[in-house]
Design a protein around this ligand. Structure first.
Ligand code: CP
Length: 307
């Protein structure tokens, strides 16, 4: 079996183009598996995986749990609410106590950027970052690119616009790293207050006009306004944001080509996307969710082989 260059998946920044291609080839096989009547393989029998979530999640958490179960791993789930974190236990003590129960791999989501990187210096288990603050969300980027590759045949040379709240988005940063590694052209679009100052240094174009961004791209990946991460007011009102940056089906229909519409979820319907756009023939949003299971199976399988 070919191996990944890393024993953890902390971010797309740390992995190579070859790693990403290996994950996609492995995910192709697992996608076949999960479409069979018997969706389970014994690949991770006797491997125990802890899903440790310090932040809310629907898609990522369920997708990892399903991926682990389809690979026949033993699975334990931890969420900070209802745990001894509420009594003041530290992150390292929490994880060391979980690992004392003979856990081999940890899938972790945390509100603090760098939390999984910190843990990787202190524990032996393989770690998968399921989203750390506004930093990275590597498996989301992998499933996003896998979905583009499935829809358009390849990533190389494709024009991808990432539209919305870029400054608070770990999905944006991981997507930019992954798209650039695989040879796509990337443009970011949003109000200037929601674009990080360093963004051009990542080799992406910047566009403030959303209709021009849509006219430029083959794929529009629309991001959620992350009100829970906004201590300051970045724009006057949600109504004004929707007026200037919200995407509806009419805006897609006037283009002289068919573009692919993506969103990592959860969608703020009526804010960054109207329902007629989110549910249109342009949208591959539910394909992204479906592909998340196969891609996460591939990541877990390859990391277990690298242990
Ligand atoms: N895309 C994503 O990370 O969704 P959840 O927050 O529901 O996991």
């Amino acid at each position: 079996m070919s191996k990944l260059s890393q024993r953890h998946l902390l971010g797309i920044k740390d992995i190579t183009r070859q790693d990403i291609e290996l994950i996609f080839e492995t995910a192709d096989n697992f996608k076949d598996v999960i479409n069979r009547p018997i969706k389970k393989v014994p690949s991770l029998r006797d491997v125990t995986i802890a899903n440790i979530f310090f932040e809310n999640s629907t898609r990522t958490r369920l997708s990892f749990e399903l991926a682990e179960k389809r690979l026949s791993a033993d699975v334990v789930n931890f969420s900070a609410s209802g745990s001894s974190v509420k009594k003041g236990e530290t992150l390292l003590d929490t994880v060391n106590n979980i690992l004392a129960m003979k856990v081999d791999m940890v899938v972790m989501r945390h509100a603090s950027a760098g939390a999984p990187h910190f843990l990787s210096k202190h524990i032996k288990a393989n770690i998968v970052n399921a989203g750390d603050g506004t930093h990275e969300h590597p498996t989301q980027a992998l499933l996003d690119l896998f979905s583009i590759r499935e829809k358009l045949g390849s990533i190389e040379g494709k024009k991808v616009a990432i539209i919305g709240d870029i400054v608070h988005s770990r999905v944006a940063l991981s997507n930019i790293f992954a798209l650039k590694k695989l040879g796509a052209e990337v443009l970011v679009c949003g109000p200037p207050t929601l674009l990080p100052k360093f963004i051009s240094s990542l080799g992406v174009q910047v566009e403030l006009d959303v209709q021009k961004a849509l006219a430029w791209c083959d794929v529009a990946n629309v991001l959620r306004i992350q009100l829970e991460r906004q201590q300051l007011k970045y724009f006057p009102s949600l109504r004004e944001y929707t007026l200037y940056y919200g995407i509806n089906k009419k805006m897609l229909d006037v283009l002289d080509k068919d573009i692919v519409l993506m969103h990592p979820g959860p969608i703020n319907r009526g804010v960054e996307l109207t329902s007629d756009a989110a549910d249109s023939h342009h949208s591959i949003i539910l394909d992204q969710v479906e592909n998340g299971v196969a891609v996460r199976m591939a990541v877990l399988y390859l990391l277990a082989g690298a242990a």
